[in-house]
Design a protein around this ligand. Structure first.
Ligand code: SF4
Length: 212
């Protein structure tokens, strides 16, 4: 059984699959408390579901792309089995994780999007950098940047861990905290080898809309 907050069908708003229709399985619980969190409703709310029921529900949407998100999906160890079974059933599975829990046992077929936490999140000390060695070229590391201090910190981490050689690096702004144009200008000034992204769903729908 896994506690599920919501299952919904929408457009992937982030990363290299941005713009593609996707089924989202949002699992309950998170071990972090980021200052800018917009999914606090997933900390405790949800219903216990057998894996079979989750998979049946996902299949109803007839969509190959599935993202397991949260909260923090890896808080519930059964999420590993859920991802494996979805892969076995032929889905393209993505995992959105905060990077504070080990990813070494995640099925190799899963595309991991690891959201390392910058200082303004208040959760920077929770980052588990050992996770980097378990990432594949096709995975992504995301930094959500809220100010110049976050940006400088991120550049330093990219250099320290040689991140652009490991996988794709995504830069995003903390919505409402940093203007996208500022971050884009910094990236261009420094000629960084990263992909800038906007959270598409926050522009398509009202930023506080749930289930998109
Ligand atoms: S990791 Fe995600 S869900 Fe958890 S507190 Fe941070 S932003 Fe919210």
């Amino acid at each position: 059984m896994i506690k599920v907050n919501e299952i919904f069908y929408s457009i992937q708003g982030e990363g290299s699959n941005s713009g593609l229709p996707c089924v989202f399985v949002r699992l309950t619980y998170c071990n972090l408390r980021c200052t800018y969190c917009d999914t606090g409703y997933a900390f405790y709310e949800g219903r216990e579901m057998p894996l079979e029921d989750i998979i049946s529900e996902v299949k109803k949407y007839k969509c190959r792309l599935v993202e397991i998100t949260g909260g923090e999906p890896l808080v519930q160890s059964e999420s590993l089995e859920l991802m494996k079974r979805l892969c076995d059933d032929g889905f393209d599975v993505m995992l959105e994780t905060g990077g504070s829990l080990p990813v070494k046992d995640v099925d190799e077929r899963v595309k991991i999007i690891m959201d390392f936490k910058c200082p303004s999140s208040g959760m920077e000390k929770k980052n588990l950098y050992e996770n980097i060695e378990h990432l594949k070229k096709t995975d992504e590391i995301k930094f959500v940047i809220g100010n110049r201090e976050d940006y400088e910190w991120t550049k330093q981490k990219m250099e320290e861990y040689n991140l652009p050689d490991k996988c794709e690096i995504l830069f995003s702004v903390v919505f409402g905290e940093l203007e996208p144009v500022e971050l884009v200008n910094w990236i261009l000034e420094d000629k960084l080898d990263v992909r800038f992204q906007l959270q598409l769903h926050k522009y398509i729908w009202h930023p506080e809309t749930k289930g998109v």
